[in-house]
Design a protein around this ligand. Structure first.
Ligand code: HPA
Length: 264
């Protein structure tokens, strides 16, 4: 198998992108993970369907630690993710594509870290640039080549789900500065950083958040819209992966702070 550097998390698999692939099960200390592997030019690219192939795993039940550990175990260094989101920002209407640039965490009961203390010490991870600056730059350049219009950067607020938010919650979240809401980017982005992996994510706005329009959330043509956007995003990701990416132009490899060591 060709060496791994790259992965895509989110889609239903590699089938959408027209690249032939094979299936692999990766064992980790957190559980088994199923990935599809495609060999493109000099690299293997791992495709991981976050909710499982049948979309049966709800956001609060996803085994995020196993997923990220499995990618690291394969040798992946760069990850692009996609995330369906609701919009709190009238400038980002349904159908928009946005680049996630920061997050707010409202999750409640998921394992959020690989760090357990004890013999490994008091490790913390910097969050000044949670979504890799270098991968985000590549995304904006690729968007120009592929005639994709990103509406802008977006602050993502992650809720526990699986319920949608109340109108009062969305009002509060807007005041906090959130642009889009979803249920999966945390802890995915945090765990990637803890492992020193570069991770960036594209948000697909599939609805206006509760109370942003009158009546209940409308997810009418979500299937078709998602499929179209997924195809566009996958093409951009694969294009970026034909370049040799390094970890010299971001701080992802250098984000761990060990409290005790810093007081030595
Ligand atoms: N809220 C939370 N998660 C979501 C939404 C939403 O409105 N839309 C898509 N994922």
């Amino acid at each position: 198998m060709k060496p791994f550097q790259y992965a895509i998390i989110g889609g239903t698999g590699v089938y959408d992108s027209g690249v032939s692939s094979f299936h692999k099960t990766v064992e980790t200390e957190y559980g088994e993970v199923e990935v599809d592997i495609a060999e493109v030019k000099n690299n293997s690219i791992a495709f991981l369907a976050r909710h499982g192939k049948e979309h049966g795993t709800l956001p609060h039940r996803i085994n995020y630690r196993a997923n990220l550990k499995a990618l690291q175990k394969l040798g992946v260094q760069h990850i692009f993710a996609t995330a369906a989101v609701g919009s709190l920002n009238p400038d980002y209407p349904t159908g928009s594509l946005v680049v996630l640039s920061d997050f707010l965490d409202m999750t409640k009961q998921r394992p959020l870290t690989f760090f357990e203390g004890g013999s490994e010490g008091a490790k913390h991870v910097n969050m000044d640039d949670p979504y890799c600056a270098n991968l985000r730059k590549h995304l904006l350049e690729a968007a120009k080549r592929h005639d994709v219009q990103f509406k802008g950067n977006a602050v993502y607020i992650c809720t526990e789900g699986p319920r949608f938010e109340t109108e009062a919650e969305i009002k509060m979240m807007r005041e906090w500065g959130a642009d889009v809401v979803g249920m999966t980017s945390v802890p995915e982005v945090v765990l990637a950083k803890e492992l020193g992996l570069c991770y960036a994510s594209v948000g697909f706005v599939v609805n206006m958040a509760t109370g942003m329009e009158s009546g209940p959330i409308q997810l009418k043509s979500i299937g078709e819209m998602l499929a179209r956007n997924k195809e566009k995003a996958n093409l951009m990701f694969l294009d970026i992966f034909t370049k040799t990416l390094d970890q010299q132009n971001c701080r992802c490899l250098d984000s761990i702070v060990n409290l005790y060591n810093s007081f030595d």
